[in-house]
Ligand binder design. Structure first.
Ligand SMILES: *Cc1c(COP(=O)(O)O)cnc(C)c1O
Length: 385
């Protein structure tokens, strides 16, 4: 069996070999393996230095101060800490949160959990292109709104939200602005100062770093108070206890430094890969672009194939690893809630595939996917007649 062509970078990216090599030097006795909280010996200081170097690498990519970076286990935990931590710590100021129905489950389910704690949530619905208009946010703002949480790049569609404009509306209404930027690292400029972001969730493994590590950017000046969810040794200024995972952290730091150096060039090359795929399908009827490509990152392309069933199509595409909607819901056969939210009819939502490309995708990969796709579509549509 040949290894399938990997076109599921939005689910996770492979670790960049340069990152893996650095990580491997932070595990064993001959490397930097000690507890970064060990203050009484040299190996501990070296580990702390490695962690602080990575903290600076992450901070540099988003134009933050290293003291504004809190390590977490991933973007899921960062989203939980931002929403739960902020709302609980500020419940005296207000109990209203605004988010959208196209957020990642890490935000959607956290907001639902907060509703059961007595907080109120307004769920914004995007337009047909998947974007939330600043005016919509403006109309949803209330006197007791304390937090607005919207994602930078949608993981199923690739569409980009206008973070600067949305932040401005949130601030004008006296609320803070949280961004889930898991899909945006290396894809967009994430300068938190320019964009006006107060809290931002980051993940290692969507940007060629390892899984199981992430961070929350927490703006200082003025200080943002968060109630900790994980209690213990008081690590990360009390916001997130637990021994720091040195090897994961240096991996994420290096991956983010590479994103800063190479992300833009990666995206230019990836845009031509996406266009190659689209060009190769122009003679097929009944293909809908669910992704509004004029407002999307080039590395995610969601397409609907009229007259075929998505699962059968996926089955027929054994040589290509890709996803129907979000990988997180692939156990269920319900159409993706994101595709429903942009008004796609159920049959089309069920016949949709997400192609996502990355640093290691080649022209040859696209050509393999194209020939598999053309073969599968021809076969399935012949059956359907
Ligand atoms: C992958 C992803 C997450 C979850 O990140 P983990 O690091 O896997 O917890 C959150 N939000 C978005 C938009 C994602 O794509």
């Amino acid at each position: 069996m040949t290894t399938p062509v990997y076109l599921d970078y939005a689910a996770t990216t492979p670790v960049d070999p340069r990152v893996a090599e650095l990580m491997s030097r932070h595990l064993t006795l001959d490397g930097i393996f000690a507890n970064p909280a060990s203050r009484s010996h040299m190996p501990g200081w070296q580990a702390e230095q490695a962690v602080e170097n990575a903290r600076r690498q992450v901070a540099d990519l988003i134009n933050a101060d290293p003291r504004e970076i809190v390590w977490t286990s991933g973007a899921t935990e960062a989203d939980n800490l931002a929403l739960i931590g902020y709302l609980r710590a500020n419940r005296h100021r207000g109990r209203h949160l605004i988010t959208s129905i196209v957020e990642h489950k890490a935000v959607v389910d956290t907001a639902k959990a907060l509703e059961t704690e007595g907080f109120e949530v307004t769920w914004l619905a995007p337009g047909r292109n998947g974007c939330i208009a600043p005016q919509q946010l403006h109309e949803a703002m209330r006197a007791d709104t304390v937090l607005v949480s919207l994602m930078a790049v949608n993981n199923e569609l690739g569409v980009i939200q206008d973070m600067a404009a949305l932040a401005e509306v949130a601030h004008a209404g006296g609320a803070l602005f949280h961004v889930d930027a898991a899909q945006a690292v290396g894809r967009l400029d994430l300068d938190v100062k320019r964009l006006g972001i107060d809290l931002m969730s980051l993940s290692g493994h969507k940007a060629y770093g390892p899984k199981g590590i992430g961070a929350l950017y927490v703006k200082r000046h003025p200080d943002i108070r968060l109630e900790a969810m994980i209690h213990g040794g008081g690590h990360e200024r009390g916001m997130r206890s637990g021994t720091l995972a040195t090897h994961q952290i240096v991996g994420m730091g290096e991956a983010f430094a590479l994103a800063g150096d190479e992300g833009e060039a990666d995206q230019v090359r990836i845009a031509s890969l996406r266009d190659r795929l689209l060009d190769g399908l122009t003679d097929f009827e009944g293909i809908h672009r669910n992704t509004a490509i004029d407002v999307a990152v080039p590395n995610i392309l969601n397409l609907a194939f009229e007259g075929v069933d998505g699962e059968s199509l996926l089955m027929a595409l054994r040589d290509v690893a890709l996803s129907t909607g979000s990988a997180c819901n692939s156990a269920s056969v319900e159409p993706s809630y994101v595709l429903k939210a942009i008004g796609l009819p159920r049959e089309l939502a069920l016949a949709s595939l997400r192609f996502s490309f990355g640093r290691f995708t080649t022209d040859a990969d696209i050509d393999t996917a194209l020939s598999a796709l053309r073969h599968a579509l021809t076969g399935l549509r012949r059956q359907a007649i």
